[in-house]
Structures are given as C-alpha cells and as structure tokens.
Unconditional design. Structure first.
Length: 175
C-alpha cells in the first residue's frame, strides 16, 4: 500500500517526536518473522514503555535528523524495526535481547544511547543497566551505609560495657 505525502509527513513527525524524548534506541532486522511474532514484540515492548515502529528507511532518516539518534542514519539499510525507550534507557535493550533469544531471525543491527552509536554486541551491557527505581535504591543504600555504621559503632560502647559486667557477675557467681 503506497502512502500519500500527508501520511508520510505524519509518520516522520510521529517518529521524530518519539526520538526527541527517547533515551536509547535499537534498530533490528526482522526479515523472516511472522506478523504474530512482531505483534508479540510490540505487546512486550508496550508493557515496559518502549515505542516500536516499522518505518521505511528514507522516512526514518528524515525523522532522525536533528535528534540524538541521527548517528543511526547511515545504518538504516534493509528491513528494520526501530524501538525507542522513553522511560528507562535499558528497557529497549532488555526487550530486544529477550526477543532475540527466542527468535534467531531477529538481528539487532543498531544500538544508540544519548546520541552515541554503539556496537550491537553492547546490547547486553545496555540491558544490564538498572532501572530508575533500582538506581535510586542503590544510591540510598550507599547514602545510608555510613550512618548505619556510625550508629552501630556508637551502640557498641554500651553493649561492650554490659557484656563486661555480665562476665564479672558470672565470675563472682562461679567463685
């Protein structure tokens, strides 16, 4: 089905808007996958806030102009599906990595984070990035540790006194 100019402009505007607000993006070749498999990918992606779209490469190049993902323009060759993470930078990588494990025909070709094109082999590293909530809990644990150790150290002084007095009492009772 051929797209008219207005439809093409709408697609370019939609993808450009998503790309402007995205933290990371993945471009993957989907040749050989069924519609049902692609639908499953879209459903899984939607659950974690990842935007997935199959776009013609010429339209994708225009949409990515002036965004952090302009670095992906040269790699837009062949049938590609584009996915953008709008909430969590690692979400798109986790979805793509999980889907690629289940489907051999799904090949990740492009990985970009914050305007920088990465090697597709770095997809696993991006997938291991903590979510926002995990990062906040790690930060709070680091901030809490010194205070907790100080409280434990201060509490040890009276505790040691009590143990010493108990040992003296036990020694007197035994004698």
């Amino acid at each position: 089905m051929a797209l008219n100019l207005a439809q093409k402009e709408a697609i370019v505007a939609e993808v450009a808007e998503v790309a402007r607000g995205a933290f990371s993006a993945v471009g993957a070749e989907y040749r050989g996958l069924t519609v049902g498999q692609i639908t499953k990918l879209r459903v899984e992606a939607r659950k974690v806030g990842v935007y997935v779209r199959v776009v013609k490469n010429t339209l994708a190049r225009r949409a990515l102009e002036g965004t952090d993902f302009a670095c992906m323009q040269e790699g837009l060759k062949g049938p590609l599906i584009l996915a953008f993470a709008n909430e969590d930078p690692g979400a798109v990588a986790r979805v793509a990595e999980a889907f690629a494990k289940e489907h051999d025909k799904f090949q990740v070709r492009l990985v970009a984070v914050g305007g920088k094109l990465l090697d597709p082999s770095k997809l696993g590293d991006l997938a291991k990035m903590p979510t926002r909530n995990q990062a906040l809990s790690l930060l709070l644990a680091v901030m809490k540790a010194p205070v907790q150790k100080l409280a434990a150290t201060i509490n040890e002084v009276p505790g040691k006194l009590v143990r010493t007095l108990a040992a003296v009492r036990d020694a007197k009772e035994a004698a």
